[in-house]
Design a protein around this ligand. Sequence first.
Ligand code: BGC
Length: 728
Amino acid sequence: MSRISELLAAMTLEEKIGQLVMVSLGAETIVTGPKAAQEPSVADVRAGRVGSALNLVGRDRIHALQKVAIEESRLKIPLLFGLDVVHGYFTNAPAPLGETAAFRPDLWEKTARLAAEEACDDGIHLTFAPMLDCARDPRWGRIVEGPGEDPTVGRAFARAKVRGFQGDDPASPWSLAATAKHFAAYGAATAGRDYASAEISERTLHEVYLPAFEAAVKTGCLAIMPAFSDIAGRPVTGDRRLLTELVRERWGFEGIYVSDYDAIGELVAHGVAADMAEAAALALKAGMDLDMESRAYPDGLKVALDRGLVSLELIDATVARVLCVKERLGLFDAPFGRGDPNRPAPSTRLDRRAIVREAAIASLTLLSNRDGLLPLASTGGRVAVIGPFAEDTAQMIGPWCGLGDQDEIVTIRQGLTAAFPTRELVFARGCAPDYVEDDADEEKDTALIAEAVALAATAEVIVLVLGEPAELSGEAASRADPTLTGRQAELADRVLALGRPTVILMTCGRPLIETDLLERADATLVAWYPGSEGGHAIADVLAGSRAPAGRLPVSWPIAIGQIPVFFGERPSGRPYVPGEHFTTQYLDIPNAPLFPFGHGLSYTTFEIEPPIVSAATFRAAEGLRLSTRVRNAGERAGSTTVYLFARDVVASTSRPLLELKRFETLELASGETREIVFALGAGDFELLGPDLAPCCEPGRFDLSVGFSADRAGLKTISVELRADPVVA
Ligand code: BGC
């Protein structure tokens, strides 16, 4: 008999349910949900009433509790310890949306690897990441946690992160089990309000929101966290059709489902369960394995069994899956393997700092640069750095920063001071970053603004460090008005009115809609939340020792009323024609975003040649090679990202105007030309037919290459997909 069958045969019902219970411990360090976390209960662990925990950190505390499980519980089943290790444990890479802007799967993987090493070194087994929610609505604060608006980018991000966290062998002491979350369509929350219902079509679910999760499963991801929310009335936490029939049975998922915080109990509030027993039964039958913090399983599962709502066989099968993941992680054989102080981490602190600095540089996104204001010369007149964030450490690492080591964060001020030793830098906060609610602050801000404007007026160049405070970004941080907070806009307006060369340096977790200010600034560099080395990375780019390399992973709206605005929209029967009234348009703003997906400048310019294909007509099984040549036409080295889009011109269902198929980021020396070849296979020409089954429909496809999703800048070639020969 296998270890798992033997255990199951020996377990009491209480011990079985205990394996399905995950509790939040260690309240004083990390709080990630509405309920106060508890101190570790040794009695519960000893009695086998708890199988896993989250939010407990520190290898000594983790090992102490593990020791109780291994030495004092009846069956000696190891505990599983999880934590949100999203973009770093001690050392932070850019927050995910910013990191996505690098369009560098190699870096995405490396930063996950280093986070895994630090977390495993502290005794953690499982991370609740990567967050793979496609998001097209910057009102939703959690847009910062994921890979932006496009499913193809989401897929690439999923693969890189799962590989990075888990490595090659889940049992390795340096492997951190990954959790793909929040499955699915959590990012489609109505009107961008967190936890709200998603009202999307089945087609959009399959085409836009599911692909990244499928990629995570196919990469071997060990866990999935279902979303809090419902899709068209079905809370995902209790949706057997999605969790079991689609993901387990069709995609072949072999890991475990970890509920979101309290989500099983919340099935009652959703109105699909009358009490905890019904909630527990609904989730268990859907395929949910671990109950994170809702107490539905510990309090409701036995009642559900007594009422005949669930069977013992189902409980056994669920427990077996949990034990199986513990076994795959090597916990039975080496319960103290992660966090062994005698085993040095494969990378050094210096390696990790270098990687996050590189990731930050690659993520910095230059939206505009009139007259080549950036980079700033190393010598020259005074530079005034104005705004509330230049010395703010939290603003560098952003939300979901794990244990983000505050003492090790490089601020913008520190970075600039190191990078400009021979130029005078002066600093003024200008205003508080937050909403100003009382008069005292209002008065203080008025004085701060006046002082900052006066200082700016003495400078040759001004750097306005603006943004959204990190605590207003992330979970439960929806904003109906995602603009600059507090009196920052007023500060910026007055500084820009001075008419001096001004750079806006935006630190944020979502596009902030400040069209007027961004149009008036001479240059705008979006820093996102750039991580522990953020200050150095920003300074590297402002001083020009490195070129910015980020590209927008989301369209940047021109106005709030445009939301959602994304490049993958379907054609209208009345496409926009300037001057024609009865075409799809707003009367008061343009249709196009202020900056399209993929937009981002370097300190050089790139040119791209029209694409060439290996065949003008082809069959799906034969595939197609498309190539293009990219030239760095400027004086400096730099990197750019080339996007390959397709449009299926005539199909049984209307297809998006652009579908991203591939992207590639390349670094070119001044004057260098490089050929890029994309190999396309049958899957690239597939669509979901009218019945949502994948199929290839013959006909014309337009294939376009370019540096962003701005259709006007793309170079296009048309190809013809021929029907497969009819087999007699
Ligand atoms: C969040 C998850 C997170 C969990 C545990 C929840 O509130 O939605 O993303 O993994 O808490 O911290």
